[in-house]
Design a protein around this ligand. Structure first.
Ligand SMILES: NC(=O)c1ccc[n+]([C@@H]2O[C@H](COP(=O)([O-])OP(=O)(O)OC[C@H]3O[C@@H](n4cnc5c(N)ncnc54)[C@H](OP(=O)(O)O)[C@@H]3O)[C@@H](O)[C@H]2O)c1
Length: 322
């Protein structure tokens, strides 16, 4: 089978394909034939080492000083190709999707994963491409809107950067929760933002959206507190999904400002969070928007698109012959 890996921190040219034997599932494990996997903003950041200001040292201390010592690929959708001893909850040929998470390992043609880990049956309502795209932005949007900002029906939500993986999920989930959703996007993406469920859509390069908002989801952190404070209602929440070290320290030391709250951090990617997102999908609240779909062999091109932070929806590679 083909496996993609990162040979160094750097551009998409640092991605290499190697051949490896198809693994054998141990007791309690499932062998998955991967059909599709997303190429996310997170994948591009781990490969390039380019993270918000002040976080580079922390990244390298965690995943490697000279090269990213993580396997490529964060999530997958595929079919059960083999079962280890004692696995009864999955059947051969069954469609499944899941997460390999931060340490990666989904950008390959087969993978093994614990049956009681981050793998779930893929609902019939999702294609493999949608299954691959399902978790990255969805888990982030769900946790920050539901658990952290506690978005309420009737509240006004602004999603800044509303058509990528996180923003596209946030618009849908915000609507499903009963919020009135406004969005910012570049003009080419305005129809997509509306199709996802945003009412008012403005161009973030030209003018600020008309507030006040109860919750602002600042996907790229470009508004920052300085840009968000004038748009927030009393008791409003500014959720900054992308933040540098100094903004994180500031939010930790002083999360409440002028009656408003600043929320930052990283989201969970455990099984209960995944199951909740599936429940949201089944209730009609979330289906990931698909953007470019490329063959696995074009993984480097997919990374080049992902690291621009302007892709519409989610970017997915599909595994066939490389
Ligand atoms: N905190 C966490 O746990 C967490 C989890 C997941 C992701 N993230 C971070 O969240 C960010 C977004 O991830 P993603 O997967 O959603 O990326 P993405 O799919 O590339 O989407 C990026 C979005 O940001 C918009 N955008 C780009 N430049 C902008 C600007 N100057 N002002 C306003 N909006 C702008 C884009 O809009 P247009 O295309 O219309 O320009 C697009 O909607 C990344 O920095 C990622 O690392 C954080």
């Amino acid at each position: 089978m083909k496996i993609a890996s990162y040979t160094a921190y750097g551009g998409p040219e640092t991605i290499a394909f190697t051949d490896a034997p198809i693994p054998t599932p141990a007791a309690g494990e499932v062998l998955v034939r991967v059909r599709a996997a997303p190429v996310t903003a997170g994948d591009a950041r781990l490969r390039s080492g380019k993270v918000p200001r002040g976080l580079g040292l922390m990244l390298r201390a965690t995943i490697g000083w000279r090269r990213p010592r993580v396997a490529a690929g964060w999530a997958f959708s595929g079919e059960v190709a083999g079962l280890g001893a004692g696995v009864s909850e999955f059947a051969p040929g069954q469609r499944v999707f899941g997460l390999t998470g931060f340490k990666g390992g989904a950008h390959r043609e087969f993978l093994v994963i614990r049956a009681d880990g981050r793998v779930l049956p893929l609902p019939d309502s999702l294609t493999h491409e949608e299954g691959a795209a399902f978790f990255f932005g969805g888990l982030t949007a769900a946790e920050f809107l539901i658990d952290r900002a506690r978005l309420q029906p009737g509240e006004r939500l602004l999603v800044c950067g509303a058509t990528g993986a996180v923003g596209g999920a946030a618009v849908q989930i915000g609507r499903h929760l009963g919020a009135r959703v406004s969005a910012t996007a570049s003009p080419a993406n305005h129809p997509l933002a509306r199709a996802l469920g945003a009412g008012e859509v403005t161009d973030y390069r030209r003018m600020p959206p008309p507030g006040p908002f109860d919750v602002i989801l600042d996907v790229m952190g470009k508004l920052g507190w300085a840009g968000a404070r004038g748009l927030l209602a009393p008791a409003g929440r500014h959720v900054q999904i992308t933040a540098d070290l100094w903004e994180m320290l500031g939010a930790t030391l002083r999360p409440r400002r002028e009656g408003r709250r600043i929320i930052m951090g990283t989201n969970r990617d455990d099984r209960p969070s995944m199951q909740r997102l599936v429940a949201l999908h089944r209730a009609g609240g979330y289906t990931p928007a698909l953007g470019p779909v490329l063959p696995f062999a074009e993984l480097a091109r997919a990374h080049a698109i992902a690291e621009g932070f302007h892709k519409p929806g989610n970017l997915v590679v599909t595994m066939a012959a490389v």
